[in-house]
Design a protein around this ligand. Structure first.
Ligand code: C2E
Ligand code: MG
Ligand code: MG
Ligand code: MG
Length: 286
């Protein structure tokens, strides 16, 4: 009777099972990964379009998996969100970023700010602001060294409590950026109320900006919106000189993308991008 059911239907069911099995495996391996420091952070430089100077870095998580090799976030972030592992993962990232910021400062390395991607659960948590304050306290990172990125999906769910938390953190110097701007459910009202400091124009619009007239108009309008609201704008996924020239011509402040640098391991970032602060006596000289 069991054999009778074999056919395309059973084959389909087996495929589903494989996907589910994979997902459950990744989720349980993530528990181990967080505990055993298999996660690591790469940092992608963010560059001022006019001066070419480094203004900050974005921390992007990777998983050095003992059997599967180096995994990009696309291979595990969504699974972590679905399988209840995103909180411990996010806590690990935030802690690691803050420790790194403090270590760089203490070694006199100039990095601007470190941007971290937040997930919806972190922001929705009643203790959102407390948790950020606690990690700053514990690690010795400074509020002005931290930039928190969230997407429009998070923004749209933000209630009065979230807004109050964001304001509280802004007031001590933490900055907020809206990630993947334009791909989610933007509400101009939220933009106004939430005190973001920065809009990140998604790669989706930047990709064809030099030859797709609608993308060009969307990017120009987004930059204008940023200017009108007093927000910084940064374009993501800049890969060509032509894209950079377009962005510069239309008043975008900052860029991030493979044209400048890929997400880099700490050693390469320090070697190629971080400069040493002038010694105090040099800075004090007339
Ligand atoms: P995102 O925050 O929008 O990060 C930008 C992504 O674009 C990164 O992919 C980066 O490597 C890639 N990118 C940057 N410049 C270019 C370019 O010029 N061309 C192309 N093709 N790609 C570029 P990555 O590292 O794979 O991260 C993907 C997404 O995973 C991130 O998108 C973010 O949403 C999420 N993510 C990464 N790290 C974390 C984390 O620590 N926590 C959470 N919750 N999410 C994270
Ligand atoms: Mg981001
Ligand atoms: Mg982004
Ligand atoms: Mg993006």
């Amino acid at each position: 009777a069991k054999e009778a059911g074999r056919g395309t239907h059973a084959f389909f069911a087996d495929t589903m099972t494989d996907q589910l099995r994979h997902e459950l495996e990744i989720a349980s391996e993530l528990v181990r990964a967080v505990d055993h420091d298999e996660l690591c952070l790469h940092y992608q430089p963010q560059v001022d379009l006019r001066s070419g100077a480094l203004v900050g870095v974005e921390a992007l998580v990777r998983w050095q998996h003992p059997e599967r090799g180096l995994l990009q976030p696309g291979a595990f972030i969504d699974i972590a969100e679905r399988r209840g592992m995103i909180r411990p993962l996010s806590a690990w990232v935030l802690e690691a970023v803050c420790r790194q910021a403090r270590a760089w400062r203490e070694r006199g390395l100039v990095f601007g700010r470190v941007a971290v991607n937040l997930c919806a659960q972190q922001v929705a948590d009643d203790a959102f602001a407390e948790q950020i304050l606690a990690v700053l306290e514990r690690t010795g990172a400074r509020p002005e060294e931290l930039e928190l990125e969230f997407t429009e999906t998070v923004l749209i769910q933000a209630d009065a409590r979230t807004q109050a938390d964001i304001i509280r953190l802004s007031e001590i110097g933490v900055r907020f950026a809206i990630d993947d701007f334009g791909t989610g459910f933007s509400s101009l009202q939220y933009l106004r109320n939430l005190r973001a400091d920065k809009i990140k124009i998604d790669r989706e619009f930047v990709k064809d900006v030099t030859h797709n007239p609608s993308d060009a108009e969307i990017v120009k309008a987004t930059i204008a919106l940023g200017v009108a609201l007093g927000l910084e704008t940064i374009a993501e996924g800049v890969e060509t000189e032509a894209q950079a020239a377009f962005l510069r011509r239309h008043g975008c402040h900052q860029v991030q993308g493979f044209l400048y640098a890929r997400p880099l391991g700490v050693e390469v970032l320090e070697r190629d991008w971080l400069t040493r602060r002038c010694p105090p006596h040099a800075a004090d000289a007339p």
